[in-house]
Design a protein around this ligand. Structure first.
Ligand SMILES: Cc1cc2nc3c(=O)[nH]c(=O)nc-3n(C[C@H](O)[C@H](O)[C@H](O)COP(=O)(O)OP(=O)(O)OC[C@H]3O[C@@H](n4cnc5c(N)ncnc54)[C@H](O)[C@@H]3O)c2cc1C
Length: 455
C-alpha cells in the first residue's frame, strides 16, 4: 500500500514524526528551509528531556545516554543572583530526567529517520532535503510547493514548521503569535572555554554543572534570569539569559539573530561566583524573541496537521515544549495505526490526534505562559513589546488595540483550559506534566481527551 508523508521543517516535531511513521509509510520527505544544519541553529543550545519526552524517545529507538550522550539532571537549584545563596532545591528529579545538546538530539533523530534500516523491517529511509522553503500548502490536494518551484504531493502533510508555521496559516487563518515581552540569549560552552580559570573555580563549576553532578541552576534577579546546566557527557554546558525586550537591542524586528556578546556580558556583571567567571568565557550567543499564542480551535484540515510549536507554541518556563512535540508525533502514529495507515482514513486519524492532544497541550501552554516572573512584570513587558512592534513589519503581530491575548477569537477555549488548569496544585501539575505516557493516558486520561473536535 502507498502511504506518502511530507513533513514541513526538520525540527523535533517533524523528525520524531518521521521516525515514528517510518515503518508504516511508503515514503517520507522532510522539507527544511535552512540551507545547512549550521543555519538551523540546533548547535546553539541544550534542552531538558523530562521523563515524558525520554519515554517517547526510547520508544522511537533513541536512547538518551547511548545515542544522544545526554546527562542526568539531579535537581533544580534556585540561586540568588548576587550572593549565590540557595533559595530552594527541587529534587531529586526522576532518573529519566536528562539534559541534552540539541545538536546531538538532532543528529540521533536524523540518523534514525534517514539511516539504514536497523530494525530489519525493510522500511525505506526518510529523505531530508535542506534549502527547501515551503511557500504554499494545499491541504485539500496534499500538495506542498517550495520556493525553488518543486511540488511534493502526499497523503499526509505534517506541519512541524515551528512558531512561524506556514502550515498553520493554511489550517487556521486567525492564529496570532504574539511577542511575550521576553527575549532570551542562549549559548553553549565546552570545558576548553573555561580551562584557564583557577582550579577552585573549575571545581565549583563541576559541582554544579559537571556531567557527574549536574543541576539545573535557575539564577534569578527580579527582571532577569539565567538558567544553566550541563547538557552532554563531554562536559558541554548550556545557558540562557531571559530578560525583557525593552532591555535588548532590536529583538522586536528579528525573532532570532546572532546576539551581542558584549551586551549579554554587560547584563551579568553583578552575578555571583563561580557563575560570573564561567559566563565571562561564553564564546558566542544567539538571541530569540519569545512568542506565545492562545490555544487554536483546530490543528488539522484536509490532509494536513500541525504538531509541536506550530500547534502550541509556549514560553519555556516548564521546559517541556520539545517533549510535547515528541508526544504529538507518538500520538499521531497511534491514531494512524488505529485506522491502518490508510490514506482514505487520514482525516479520521488527524481528528483523533487533535482530540487526544489538545487539552493536555493547552493546559501546559497555560502553565508555561503563566511565568514565575509575576503577572505585573510580564504584562508590562508584553505591553511594551506590542507597542513597539510596528504594524506591517511582522504579519503575525496585531496592532495593540487591546491587551495581551484578550482579543484572540478562541476565547471560549482559553476559558475552558484555564478552568481545567486551576484544578491542579503545583505538585500534581508537575507530575501530570512529566509523568505522561501514552498508554496510561489512553487508559486513564479520558477527561483530558476531547469527545469531538471543535470544528
Ligand atoms: C529558551 C528556550 C528553552 C527551551 N527549553 C526547552 C527544554 O528544556 N525542554 C523542552 O522540551 N523544550 C524546550 N524548549 C522548547 C523547544 O525548543 C521547542 O518546543 C521545540 O524546539 C519545537 O520543535 P518544533 O520541531 O516544533 O519546531 P522548531 O524547532 O522551531 O523547528 C521548525 C523547523 O521548521 C523549519 N521551517 C519553518 N518554516 C519552514 C518552511 N516554510 N519551510 C520549510 N521549513 C520550515 C525551521 O527552519 C525549523 O528547522 C525551549 C524553548 C526555548 C525558546
Amino acid at each position: 500500500m502507498t502511504f506518502r508523508v511530507t513533513c514541513i521543517g526538520a525540527g523535533i516535531a517533524s523528525l520524531s514524526a518521521a521516525v515514528a511513521l517510518r515503518k508504516h509509510a511508503s515514503s517520507i520527505i522532510l522539507l527544511e528551509a535552512a540551507g545547512s544544519i549550521e543555519q538551523m541553529n540546533v548547535r546553539a543550545a541544550g534542552l531538558t528531556l523530562l521523563p515524558c519526552g525520554t519515554t517517547v524517545l526510547q520508544k522511537l529507538g533513541v536512547d538518551p545516554v547511548r545515542d544522544v550522550q545526554a546527562v542526568r539532571v539531579q535537581s533544580i537549584l534556585e540561586l540568588d543572583w548576587e550572593d549565590g545563596s540557595l533559595r530552594r532545591e527541587t529534587g531529586p528529579l526522576p532518573p529519566t530526567c536528562f539534559a541534552a545538546h540539541r545538536g546531538a538530539l538532532f543528529d540521533a533523530l536524523v540518523k534514525k529517520a534517514t539511516g539504514a534500516d536497523v530494525d530489519g523491517d525493510g522500511s525505506p529511509p526518510a529523505q531530508l532535503l535542506l534549502g527547501k522553503k515551503v511557500v504554499d500548502v494545499d491541504v485539500a490536494s496534499g500538495k506542498v510547493a517550495t520556493e525553488d518551484g518543486s511540488v511534493y504531493e502526499s497523503d499526509l502533510i505534517i506541519g512541524g514548521d515551528g512558531v512561524r508555521s506556514i502550515t498553520r496559516r493554511a489550517i487556521v487563518k486567525e492564529a496570532i503569535v504574539q511577542p511575550s515581552g521576553l527575549s532570551v540569549y542562549r549559548w553553549t560552552m565546552s570545558p576548553s572555554d573555561w580551562a584557564h580559570l583557577p582550579q577552585d573555580a573549575k571545581a565549583r563549576i563541576d559541582d554544579l554543572v559537571g556531567p557527574e553532578n549536574n543541576h539545573a541552576n535557575v539564577i534569578d534577579a527580579g527582571e532577569k534570569r539565567i538558567v544553566t546546566y550541563g547538557c552532554h557527557e563531554s562536559g558541554l554546558v548550556t545557558g540562557a539569559l531571559l530578560l525583557p525586550d525593552y532591555e535588548v537591542p532590536r529583538t522586536t524586528e528579528d525573532w532570532a539573530s546572532a546576539g551581542s556578546l558584549t551586551h549579554l556580558l554587560s547584563k551579568m556583571q553583578d552575578l555571583h561566583e563561580p557563575f560570573k567567571s564561567l559566563m565571562s568565557c561564553i564564546p558566542a550567543c544567539g538571541l530569540w524573541q519569545l512568542r506565545k499564542q492562545a490555544p487554536l480551535r483546530t490543528w488539522y484540515k484536509g490532509k494536513a496537521i500541525i504538531l509541536g510549536d506550530a500547534a502550541h507554541p509556549m514560553l519555556p518556563f516548564q521546559a517541556v515544549a520539545g517533549c510535547l512535540a515528541m508526544e504529538d508525533a507518538e500520538a499521531l502514529q497511534y491514531c494512524l495505526g488505529a485506522v491502518g495507515h490508510r490514506p482514505e482514513r487520514v482525516a479520521e486519524a488527524l481528528s483523533q490526534t487533535f482530540c487526544m492532544r489538545f487539552i493536555r497541550c493547552s493546559i501546559i501552554q497555560h502553565f508555561s505562559n503563566s511565568s514565575s516572573f509575576g503577572n505585573e512584570f510580564m504584562e508590562k513587558a508584553a505591553r511594551w513589546s506590542l507597542e513597539n512592534n510596528k504594524q506591517g513589519q511582522d504579519d503575525n503581530v496585531v496592532p495593540v488595540t487591546s491587551s495581551g491575548l484578550d482579543h484572540v477569537v478562541q476565547r471560549d477555549i482559553v476559558e475552558r483550559v484555564r478552568e481545567t488548569a486551576v484544578a491542579f496544585d503545583a505538585r500534581t501539575a508537575s507530575s501530570w506534566v512529566m509523568g505522561y505516557t501514552l498508554d496510561d493516558f489512553v487508559k486513564n486520561g479520558r477527561r483530558y481527551i476531547l469527545e469531538r473536535p471543535y470544528v
